[in-house]
Ligand binder design. Sequence first.
Ligand code: NAD
Length: 359
Amino acid sequence: MDSFVYNGNPGRVIFGRGTISRLGEEADRLGVQRILVLSTPGQANQAAGIARNLGNRYIGLYAKARMHTPTDTTAEAMELIQSLRADAVLAIGGGSTIGLGKAIAFRTDIPQVVVPTTYAGSEATPILGETENGRKVTKSSAKILPEVIVYDVDLTLTLPLAMSVTSGMNAIAHAVEALYAREANPVISLMATEGIGAIVGALPLLKDDPHNIMGRRDALYGAWLCGICLGSVGMALHHKICHTLGGMFDLPHAQLHTAVLPHAVAYNQNSALEAMARIKASLGWTDPAAALYKLALELGAKMSLRELGMKADGIEPALAQMLSNPYWNPRKLEEGPLRKLLIQAFEGTEPDTRVMQLP
Ligand code: NAD
C-alpha cells in the first residue's frame, strides 16, 4: 500500500432492532411530508404495516417492484409520484425494491429512505441497473445514493433460509472483489474483511435457526459493510460474469452470485495475493475458492448454473460477450481459462484452480 485514493459516500445509517419506529423522525429530519412507500407484491402487507410509522406522511403504496428494475415499472411508479405529489420515497425490501426507489430518485432527485430486508447491499451504493427491452444498463450518480438507511434486524427474520444464504454470498462477493479492486484502499479493505467475517460467522447460525438474532444481526451488519465496498470501488471479473449471465439468461441474482463466486476467486487466486491472504484470514481456510464453495454447498445453495436455468449452449455466447467488452481484473482475461471457469460453474463442480491456468 504505497498510495491510494479513498472516496467515501455520504449516508446516514440507523442500525438495530425495532428501528422502523424511527421512520417518522427520519422523515422530519429530511423535511419531507408526502412519502410514497415501495415494495414487491410479496412484501406489500409488511410494507403497509411498516408505513404506519410514518403517520400522515404516508400517502400511498406502490407494490409492484420487480427484479432488474424494468423501466416500464418505473414509468408507472413515476405517474403515482406525480399524481400524489410525493416528496420522498420509502423503499422496503431487497435490491429489487431499492432499485425502484433509486430509479425514481434518479429521475426526480427526491430523497430516499431505505429499509433493506435482504443482504444484497444496494442501499449503500450510488449505482442503478435498469432494464429496457431486455438490456440492463448501469448508471452511477450521487442522486441514486439513498439519503437514509434504516436497518431493522427484526425484518430479516422472515427472509427464507435459502435466500438468506445466497443473499449473504452475494454480499461476500462485493467484499471479495473490493479487496482486489483497482481502486482498493485500506479503509475499504478493512470493511471488506470485517464484512466477510461477519457474514461467514452468521450464516451457519441461521442454518441451525433462521430466527437466531445474533446471526441475523451479524449478517445484516456484514451486508452493510459489503454494500459500502460495492459502492466505493470498482468490481471485476465476478461481477462482470454475473452481469453478463444474468442479463443474457435472466438468472436469479443472488443464486447466480453464489454459484459463480468460488470460480471467479479461483481464477484470480494467484493474481491477487494480498487480497487472498485477507480472504483466507476471514474464512479461516487456506484455499479461499474451495472454502467459499464448501460453505455455500453446506448451507444448501445450488452450485450449478444448470440448476439455475442456464443451458449448456449459452456458454460460448456468454464467453464471447465477456471477451468482447474488456474490463479491469487483477488477472488478464484469457479465453481458455475463462471457458473452463464457465464450464465448472455450469456443472457446479468444486473449482479446480489448476485447470484455470493456461498449460
Ligand atoms: P429481491 O429484492 O428481488 O428479493 C427477492 C425476494 O425476496 C422478493 O420477492 C422479496 O420481496 C423477498 N424478500 C425480501 N426480503 C424479504 C424478507 N425479509 N422476508 C421475506 N421475503 C423477502 O432480491 P435481492 O437479491 O435483494 O435483489 C436483487 C436485485 O437487486 C437485482 O435486480 C440486482 O441487480 C439488484 N442489486 C443492485 C445493487 C446495486 O448496487 N445497484 C446491488 C445488489 C443488488
